[in-house]
Design a protein around this ligand. Structure first.
Ligand code: DGY
Length: 322
């Protein structure tokens, strides 16, 4: 690894467009997975990582010249950002470019969950409409609902705007109220759950949010309650959710994210009152291309100007600190 181009390591799989664009400006090294034990002596020149997935502390420690980790995704829970910050390594993510797509998917998943549209389509495809008659009326509807947003960042706000257009009431819970909004604010998640019948989770997967949607929150949501999660699976206590769905503590759930992806608990798969998606909220060609471009553009900006385009708040560095 001795070219004059900065060397970028790509551990594991990443969007094809990242791999197509990187070689214009960088030397690329691939690693089967983000495992420090796979790092070889000639990777001493690695100055950046482009990643869709994990970057553990050990991998950072194994790369002495590492300056930047460009994460494919707005959520960067796979990257040990605390460790990166302690070493002066800048971490970037892909905000904004996926906001509207994820908000669209969230509303689609909400309606699928309430109106059982995936099941209705299966009914038609299986020839049951002609054979057995009309698909059963959906017990749930968006009409008359009050939706609580757990998280009101860029994506939460985009979901709220869409819900306003659907004519439903919106409330929210975040650590502190946001200025200039008329949505009702609840200082606790359980308080929000008790005040609404539909809870949409769109917070980052951090230690502070881990399993915060627990049995108490689900019970507060109530027997007409519906939970939608388009944030991170770690935020929901999955065992408590399964029990709540099985026992009628809540009425239904729509999930795009899970605690141990790509593995989905059998107990969830067996439930009729859930709508399940394989983490596709941002997964259109146009949006994933925009995310790929932002990964590459962050690396290019860093190495040409010393300033990343979208550093995460924990690593606001403009040059290598240590
Ligand atoms: C993100 O950007 O964090 C999404 O979950 C990826 O689709």
């Amino acid at each position: 690894m001795s070219s004059s181009l900065p060397c970028i390591l790509v551990p594991g799989k990443i969007n094809e467009r990242v791999l197509q664009r990187l070689p214009d400006t960088f030397e690329i090294v691939r690693l089967e997975r983000a495992d420090p034990d796979l790092v070889t002596a000639d990777m001493v020149d690695v100055r950046g990582i482009a990643v869709s997935g994990r970057v553990p502390a050990g991998l950072m420690d194994a790369l002495p010249g590492l300056e930047i980790i460009a994460n494919f995704g707005v959520g960067y829970d796979g990257v040990d950002v605390k460790h990166a910050a302690s070493k002066g390594i800048v971490v970037t993510n892909t905000p904004d470019v996926l906001t509207e797509e994820v908000a669209d998917t969230a509303v689609g998943l909400l309606i699928n969950t309430l109106r059982q549209l995936p099941q209705a389509e299966q009914w038609l495809r299986q020839g049951r409409w002609a054979r057995d008659g009309a698909f059963a009326l959906s017990p749930l509807s968006l009409r008359g609902r009050t939706v609580g947003l757990y998280g009101l960042g860029r994506i939460g706000l985009a979901i709220a705007k869409r819900l306003e257009a659907f004519g439903v009431s919106v409330a929210y819970h975040t650590r502190s109220p946001r200025d200039g909004l008329t949505y009702a604010y609840y200082p606790t998640l359980e308080g929000l759950a008790a005040a609404v019948d539909t809870l949409v989770v769109i917070v980052p997967g951090t230690e502070a949010t881990r399993k915060t949607v627990n049995a108490g929150v689900l019970s507060a949501l109530g027997s007409n309650g519906v939970l939608i999660n388009v944030g991170r699976g770690s935020t929901v206590d999955e065992a408590a959710l399964v029990a709540a769905l099985q026992n009628g503590v809540i009425a239904g759930a729509g999930l795009d994210v899970f605690d141990n992806e790509p593995h989905v608990p059998d107990a969830l798969l067996a439930l009729p009152n859930v709508s399940l998606l394989p983490h596709v909220a941002s997964a259109s060609v146009v949006t994933r291309n925009a995310m790929a471009d932002l990964v590459v553009d962050n690396l290019k900006a860093w190495f040409s100007t010393g300033k990343a385009l979208t550093p995460v708040p924990e690593t606001p560095f403009t040059q290598r600190a240590g």
